[in-house]
Design a protein around this ligand. Structure first.
Ligand code: ATP
Ligand code: MG
Length: 414
């Protein structure tokens, strides 16, 4: 058979891999719920402008990484590259502006046309939280604490560091941008092509450049902290105090920025050295400008998104698909007697599989392969006795039991 082609950067998730993904998501949902973040589900595609408007024309997501298409009504749609814009759009559409704060969690696939590599896919999943309607710096501390607890419950804290920074408010950022551009102008001939382009459209992004030459230049760039007005400085100081009180360790990284236009004040990232260059596992910040960009009123917000694939690669867990009971008939024409047995087992929360075909020895081979702890075997003799043959697959011992006795044994109740 000719091999079917699969789209690059898009993965199948077989049960053992999905198992780890589910651990990540379930852990996220559980801890978020305790922080009173309720799960919400938003569409996988939206009108493109939901993303293009707030993300801005200069962002990678909009210029290079988007999956935009026209549907049959000629509407321009976009597969969602991230969750925040959709969550805020949903919040506005639901008329929740007067009913703040609102706290949401979400998870699901995102789409970006990127160069696929380990921990970087074109369809990937995020788990995220958003806190809407609070401009208080304690909301920033709250979401960081939630992210910290999430990673702690995944037992990843010793492999992960927290970096924080501030982008200040609009006024502070404007002053800083000017200083940064002045500084970078002297290095125009040395900057990478990408960064040179960004110098006029989004100079802050240059701080984030992965280019070694750029990194050197940026090392001595002006520090945003020195350009913060008193309000912005206070916001940032309060966050540091809040984190200190929680004993959450962090480093201030003056070059940490978020690539998207609507971010302000706090930016943070939890990173690891264990995943090569795709080291950011959870990233977030404050986005007070987003709601307005989407055509809504001013609604402050802060949140984060975590890469599920990256976290799933890091957690230690064994996918265990062993089953309790293999159900075997001595001849295929009495297979139908196995289904009622299975139903009874299902009702008592026992996991079983009926092995329908093959010789008896083939059936036992399969029972071993699926690592059944027990086998229930029926044949003429068992039918006559109105009992089942119950085999302990590990010990090899067999006995005649009625089904209820067998269930008790399986559940280890005497
Ligand atoms: P990166 O610097 O790795 O490109 P980003 O700044 O584009 O990340 P965000 O938009 O902040 O990432 O998304 C939050 C998280 O989602 C990232 O920290 C990462 O864990 C995950 N993520 C982002 N893009 C991808 C991708 N293409 N494949 C897998 N995970 C991703
Ligand atoms: Mg990216």
């Amino acid at each position: 058979m000719e091999k079917l082609r699969k789209v690059r950067g898009v993965h199948d998730l077989l049960p053992n891999e999905l198992h780890n993904h589910n651990i990540v998501v379930n852990t996220g949902l559980k801890i978020s719920d305790k922080y009173n973040y309720s799960q919400i589900e938003i569409p996988i595609f939206e009108f493109a402008e939901v993303f293009t408007k707030p993300l801005g024309k200069s962002s990678d997501i909009v210029t290079k990484e988007n999956y935009i298409f026209k549907d049959r009504s000629e509407d321009e749609l976009m597969l969602r590259p991230e969750g925040t814009s959709g969550v805020v759009r949903a919040f506005l559409n639901a008329g929740l502006v007067q009913d703040v704060p609102q706290r949401f969690s979400y998870c699901g696939p995102m789409f970006r046309y990127e160069r696929p590599q380990k921990g970087r896919l074109r369809q990937f999943k995020q788990f995220g939280v958003e806190c809407l309607g609070l401009s208080n710096s304690m909301a920033d501390v709250e979401v960081i604490s939630l992210g910290y607890d999430f990673l702690s419950q995944l037992s990843l804290l010793d492999k992960i560091d927290l970096k924080i920074n501030t982008l200040g408010d609009l006024e502070s950022r404007k002053n800083y941008k000017q200083a940064l551009v002045n500084y970078l102008n002297d290095y125009q001939s040395k900057l990478s092509k990408d960064s040179l382009n960004r110098l006029s459209v989004n100079p802050l992004r240059i701080l984030d450049s992965k280019n070694e030459g750029d990194k050197k230049i940026v090392e001595n760039a002006p520090n945003i902290i020195e350009y913060l007005n008193s309000h912005s400085k206070r916001h940032f100081d309060d966050i540091c105090i809040g984190l200190d009180h929680l004993n959450i360790k962090y480093t201030i990284d003056k070059n940490l920025v978020r690539g998207l236009d609507y971010y302000c004040h706090t930016a943070f990232e939890f990173t690891t050295n264990e995943l090569g260059s795709q080291g950011t596992v959870l990233a977030g910040g404050r986005y007070d400008g987003l709601s307005k960009m989407l055509g809504g009123p001013d609604v402050p917000g802060v949140g984060w998104a975590a890469g599920i694939e990256r976290l799933a690669l890091m957690i230690q867990s064994n996918f265990d698909d062993k089953i309790d009971v293999a159900l075997i008939a001595r001849s295929e024409n009495i297979n139908y007697l196995l289904m009622p047995i299975m139903k009874k087992l299902v009702q008592t929360e026992i996991k079983s599989e009926i092995i329908y075909t093959g010789s008896l020895s083939k059936k036992f081979k399969r029972a071993n392969k699926i690592r059944a702890s027990y086998a229930i075997i029926i044949g003429e003799e068992e039918i006559n006795k109105k009992l089942i043959r119950f085999k302990d697959m590990k010990l090899g011992s067999e006995e005649f039991l009625d089904l209820n006795q067998a269930i008790k044994k399986i559940k280890k109740i005497s």
